[in-house]
Ligand binder design. Structure first.
Ligand code: KIV
Length: 283
């Protein structure tokens, strides 16, 4: 009897038949400034990446996974190992989108050298095309250091959730003229440092528009402005997985309710011995 066997990866859940889509590149995204809007969603798992990939230009393995996947209260507790595990899964599940992995809190702020060491680990161990890091003028030197050494960087200005303890909450930013000027200066510094795109999060609309008109790289808005060069949402928010719906979220489905109904139907079928039927058994 033969002891060898072949694993049919073509039909496994982990490796469905790959679609012959060419992956977009960082320069291709950069050229979208003022043109066709950049479509970005977060993704944290291989299967979700497979489902979103052909619809998106960029997939963001956001540190929002701390709250969305792990039930943490803030993104501050997210680790580099968590980001790498999920980043690698999203790269395995996608063929088309530019995959960007968030640098978690504490993995890049100390020095450009610390940022390079950890970002290089992200690139090597996930296969992602770029990293994203939060911060404005304070991070410009670091962004420059990474970009000059072959690590494409997406900036993130405005509401920066990793700074929640310093900001005191998640309220929209740029309401006062002084704060708006500071955030605009942040965006200018991030772009000048060499970020190929930047997320602009949770700012008053006029500021989101002004940033987009001012900087040379594409802006990707979340609670910013329809004038941004692209938009991003947390996929679970977009799918209606959570009860809380922040102002900047549009629910494009009500998946939580549909999962609840499906689980209730399954539970009733098991309890009433209607599942499994002969169809699901090896007779
Ligand atoms: O972590 C994340 O999901 C993000 C988006 C909200 C832009 O940074």
């Amino acid at each position: 009897m033969s002891t060898t066997f072949t694993l049919d990866t073509a039909t496994s859940r982990a490796h469905p038949v790959p679609e012959p889509l060419r992956r977009l590149t960082v320069p291709a995204i950069q050229k979208r400034k003022g043109g066709e809007p950049v479509v970005m969603l977060t993704a944290y798992t291989a299967r979700m990446a497979q489902l979103l990939d052909k619809h998106c230009d960029m997939l963001l393995v956001g540190d929002s996974l701390g709250q969305v996947i792990y039930g943490l209260d803030t993104t501050v507790k997210v680790t580099l190992d968590m980001m790498i595990a999920h980043g690698a899964a999203v790269v395995r599940g996608s063929y088309h989108s530019v995959v960007v992995v968030d640098m978690p809190f504490g993995s890049y702020e100390a020095s450009p050298a610390q940022a390079f060491e950890n970002a290089a680990r992200v690139m090597k161990e996930t296969g992602a095309a770029a990293v994203k890091l939060e911060g404005g003028t304070a991070m410009a030197e670091t962004i420059h250091f990474l970009a000059r050494r072959g690590i494409p960087v997406v900036g993130h200005v405005g509401l920066t959730p990793q700074a929640v303890n310093a900001l005191g909450g998640y309220g929209a930013r740029g309401r006062s003229a002084a704060e708006a000027e500071t955030i605009l200066a942040d965006a200018v510094a991030v772009a000048a440092a060499g970020a190929f795109a930047m997320v602009v999060e949770g700012v008053v609309e006029t500021l989101g528009r002004r940033i987009t008109e001012t900087v040379a790289c594409p802006t990707i808005g979340i609670g910013a402005s329809a004038a941004c060069d692209g938009q991003v949402l947390v996929v679970d928010d977009m799918l209606g997985m959570f009860e809380r719906v922040p102002r900047f979220v549009e629910r494009f489905d009500d998946l939580a309710q549909r999962i609840d109904a499906a689980a209730a139907t399954y539970a009733a079928a098991v309890r009433e011995r209607r599942f499994p039927t002969e169809k699901q058994l090896y007779l």
